[in-house]
Design a protein around this ligand. Structure first.
Ligand code: GDP
Length: 412
């Protein structure tokens, strides 16, 4: 058998997570993004929303208004995985941009406010993500705030989103005294020191042991109801191992049958490391999501995440920066190199790819190619607009437009 020269690229693909952070305005999306970039070492200082130094909000209008208006894609590394964070605007006014960014995600973290729980806007964004079949995990943020209540937030996920919450942590302390979590899979505690230093792992505190066991049991029962393999183990052993639970949580996240719930306080740097572990464990890589569909001349064609297949990418954002006009792409199949010609088949135009950049928070790194699964920015394309398909000129197609949006119903 001939060795597949793209094998290592396919392996690399398994280590990629194209991730969005979805939230109601003010739930803490920008702060969570900042903390992820900081914890992964992509930035070396903490950005603060109130002093206008966050790196994802690099547009001044956005800083002035204090909300995330313009989606930016940033890249960071956690546990040998490349995490591409595609910033999705939370404000309903920018729904075109929300739709486009949802289209290019393989998974998302939904951030909820620990005091308010699920709010009407979070419900609206959740429904949109449903339409694109984006697998999600939930992060209940702001557990340090007065009135924060994880259980109430979890109930609102069940009642307002009609989802099965799979709570994998028990908070240690509440409100101002919220210092850490018990990891219910490993039955270990994670406690963060004041000032946001790395978390310390230890045994479950004596006072929480009974409660932690009760909640672990609840998690096992819920998972057993939803997952046949877990059910089998539960029936045979009267319990489910951490390993089986983890596999089941991964499957349930991908099918959307359950939502893994974690908690923390982004502002106080609490809960970000386990959140990143959950992203890597439960959300899919580009190789694990279904092939995208496109059409050409009335014929439907599919493009799988294969670096050897014909090139196909979607422009999800165009921005003008000091580096020039940046065309942000999600590559679905094939490989493009600097200097390659690509076709915007829908517009009947062929253009040359100039430089290919990976955006890492506040800096760009030039890369020699963009392969299936990548999120990159290209310099040199003059005409391609957001929403356009770019493809190999010899294999033209237009990627299917997003599912027609249902009217969004806001519940007061
Ligand atoms: P976004 O609109 O969803 O991007 O939310 P931001 O990240 O801008 O946060 C909104 C406000 O909540 C800001 O004033 C943050 O400092 C604050 N905030 C974010 N996370 C937390 C948290 O964990 N605890 C507390 N107490 N405040 C937070």
């Amino acid at each position: 058998m001939r060795a597949n020269p793209h094998r290592h690229l396919t392996d690399q693909l398994n280590g990629v997570r194209n991730l969005g952070i979805l939230a109601h305005v003010d739930a803490g999306k920008t702060t969570v993004t900042e903390r992820i970039l900081f914890v992964t070492g992509a930035t070396h200082r903490r950005g603060e929303v109130h002093d206008g130094t966050t790196v994802t909000d690099f547009d001044s209008q956005e800083r002035d208004r204090g909300i995330t208006i313009f989606a930016a894609a940033v890249s960071c590394v956690w546990d040998d995985h490349r995490i591409n964070l595609i910033d999705t605007p939370g404000h309903v006014d920018f729904s075109d941009e929300v739709e486009r960014s949802l289209r290019v995600l393989d998974g998302a973290i939904a951030v909820f406010d620990g005091v308010a729980g699920v709010e009407p806007q979070s419900e609206a964004v959740w429904r949109r993500a449903d339409r694109y079949g984006v697998p999600r995990i939930a992060f209940v943020n702001k557990l340090d705030r007065a009135g924060a209540d994880l259980d109430a937030a979890v109930e609102s996920i069940r009642e307002r989103l009609h989802e099965a919450p799979l709570v994998v942590q028990l908070p240690i302390g509440q409100e101002d005294g919220f210092v850490g979590v018990v990891d219910l899979l490993r039955m270990r505690s994670l406690v963060w020191a004041e000032g946001g230093d790395a978390c310390a792992e230890g045994p479950v505190p004596e006072a929480l042991r009974e409660e932690a066991h009760r909640r672990r049991r609840l998690l096992e029962e819920t998972v057993a109801e939803l997952h046949p393999v877990a059910l089998e183990e539960f029936c045979a052993e009267s319990s489910i191992s951490a390993r089986t639970l983890s596999t089941a949580l991964r499957d349930l996240t991908r099918t959307g049958e359950g939502v893994v719930v974690l908690c923390g306080s982004a502002y106080r740097d609490r809960g970000i490391e386990p959140l990143l572990d959950a992203v890597v464990s439960y959300l899919p890589s580009p190789a694990e999501v279904p092939a995208v569909r496109g059409t050409w001349d009335g014929t439907v064609c599919e493009r799988a995440a294969d670096p050897a297949a014909p090139f196909a990418a979607l422009v999800f954002k165009v921005s003008s920066t000091a580096t020039g006009r940046l065309t942000h792409l999600r590559v679905y199949s094939g490989t493009a190199r600097k200097g390659d010609m690509v076709s915007d088949a829908g517009a009947g135009r062929v253009e040359r790819i100039g430089r290919i950049l990976r955006v890492q928070a506040d800096r760009h790194t030039e890369v020699d190619r963009a392969v299936a699964g990548d999120i990159v920015a290209v310099v040199g394309l003059k005409a391609a607009r957001a929403g356009a398909t770019l493809c190999a000129p010899a294999a033209p197609l237009v990627l299917e437009p997003p599912t027609v949006a249902d009217p969004v119903v806001f519940v007061a």
